[in-house]
Design a protein around this ligand. Structure first.
Ligand code: 5GP
Length: 189
């Protein structure tokens, strides 16, 4: 099997439930690893270094880019986010499924680098559901929520460029659909 098939990119607007669906899929099926990104954004309450992100200064982030340790990166709502090369390469080399939960520019860049990877765009059930979710998680300032909602409208336009689109209206259904997409793609080669 082409090793790129072990790579799944999951994108969708902030607050649409990408991390929750990925966590649920991992709980249900187990044999999946999730890439931990580098970011310059502040750590939120409840987040942990090395689990949610590798948190760093802009200078440290730029050093990683200069050392070619970042596979793709972008600036999202004022902060840098990037996928460490090691998070992906070491896993697909060992034929381990790895999920990248990243925004759309990163998703497009990864698809260019790994054309055989699977890309899935997760849509919220509605724009109101997205806004409610962003507010109810209580982690972002009003300014950050507004930036994310504005960006969400731009991101939704990218959905057609993904291999698959899912709507997150029921967590377990969505997690099962995502796993099915991944296993069908891995079987189909
Ligand atoms: P948050 O601040 O809510 O954790 O993440 C903001 C956005 O950045 C989300 O859409 C998230 O999926 C995306 N993101 C997280 N890590 C990466 C990454 O390594 N690369 C890219 N391109 N986007 C990322």
């Amino acid at each position: 099997m082409n090793k790129q098939r072990y790579l799944l990119v999951l994108s969708g607007p902030s607050g649409c439930g990408k991390d929750t669906v990925t966590r649920r899929m991992k709980e249900l099926y187990g044999n999946i690893e999730v890439s931990v990104s580098a970011t310059t954004r502040e750590m939120r309450d409840g987040e942990q270094e090395g689990i949610d992100y590798y948190y760093m200064s802009v200078a440290q982030f730029q050093d990683m880019i200069a050392r070619n340790e970042i596979l793709e990166h972008t600036c999202y709502c004022g902060n840098y986010y990037g996928t460490p090369r090691a998070e992906v390469e070491k896993r697909i080399d060992k034929s381990t499924t790895v999920v990248l939960v990243i925004e759309v520019e990163g998703g497009e860049n990864i698809k260019k680098m790994y054309p055989e990877c699977t890309t899935v765009f997760l849509k919220p059930a509605s724009f109101e559901a997205l806004e409610n979710r962003l507010r109810s998680r209580g982690t972002d300032s009003e300014e950050s929520i507004q930036k994310r909602l504005t960006r969400a409208k731009e991101e939704l336009v990218y959905a057609d460029r993904y291999d698959y689109t899912l709507v997150n209206d029921d967590l377990d259904t969505c997690a099962r659909q995502l796993y099915r997409i991944l296993s069908d793609r891995q079987a189909d080669c």
